[in-house]
Design a protein around this ligand. Sequence first.
Ligand SMILES: Nc1nc2c(ncn2[C@@H]2O[C@H](COP(=O)(O)OP(=O)(O)OP(=O)(O)O)[C@@H](O)[C@H]2O)c(=O)[nH]1
Ligand SMILES: [Mg+2]
Ligand SMILES: [Zn+2]
Length: 307
Amino acid sequence: MAAADAHRTGLVVAGHGRHVLVEAASGERLICHPRGKRNECVVGDRVDWSPTAPGSGEGVIASIDPRRNLLHREDAWRSKAFAANVDQVWLLVAVEPPFSDVQLGRALIAATAAGIPATILLNKVDLPGAAMTRARLAPYRALGIDVLEVALRRQPEASLAILAPRLKGRITLVIGPSGVGKSSLVNLAVPDAGAQVGEISRALNAGRHTTTATQWYWIDAPGTDPRAALIDTPGFQSFGLQHLAVRDLTHWMPDIGAHSAGCRFKDCSHDREPGCAVRAAVEAGELAASRLQLFQALRSELGQTRY
Ligand SMILES: Nc1nc2c(ncn2[C@@H]2O[C@H](COP(=O)(O)OP(=O)(O)OP(=O)(O)O)[C@@H](O)[C@H]2O)c(=O)[nH]1
Ligand SMILES: [Mg+2]
Ligand SMILES: [Zn+2]
């Protein structure tokens, strides 16, 4: 009995709304259904499962192992998980489409709050406008975030040379808006992945988002230890942070936090108070105005009464 149970552990490798795809210890993949009404599993979860019926080839999730981390976003009306139990998150942006400081800043805060190391990847540096985009990423470099530059489709070998050492032995979650090249990255790092990229879906008229489900891809063969993987996700358009407390904001935005130590008032809101070191830093060009704008937007958003 114990031996049979031991075989019924698995890894959630794809999410499809109501059900998930679980990779069993044998390497086989099977559709698993949640036990209750709601599917609470996310890609990266370790689960225990049992067969729905003998020979059905499908399973039921019995339990989810405790997670060491979880990246998710949360709007007022819903919560959406990216993945659990990852070693790092790559925030992918591109020269085209232009990135939003608001969405990048929010994703970075979520990763910081989840305790997941984040790296920014700037793709499509072959396109005109690369220099301007690079300059726009200066505030993130100032935060101590690594910013790597690649051209996944145009310079695949050079890009892979930069990324391969960082992928090695780790579980990497890739997030970013639609069209930046997340699936292109998967196809480069995992040659037999066959992840669908932009042009194909446009040809099939499948809509704006090419990738519609979060999916786990092993980078190296079974037996490699630790075995690296990449998690491809659908592009996100908004990034709610309703799960964070307004009082912790300076903690998740350490650049604001560092400057606020110099404010005259301990409870300074960096809005209109005299002797505000954060506003002074913006005026002196030491802090990007976009960072203070994001802080103010989140302060009022997270300060709202919650129902
Ligand atoms: N110019 C240029 N285009 C690239 C590069 N890398 C990827 N692309 C193009 O960017 C487009 C989008 O690529 P995808 O990999 O599908 O983007 P995605 O982030 O997975 O998009 P979603 O699945 O919709 O979230 C495709 O047309 C790619 O060919 C690059 O290095 N340079
Ligand atoms: Mg994609
Ligand atoms: Zn202040």
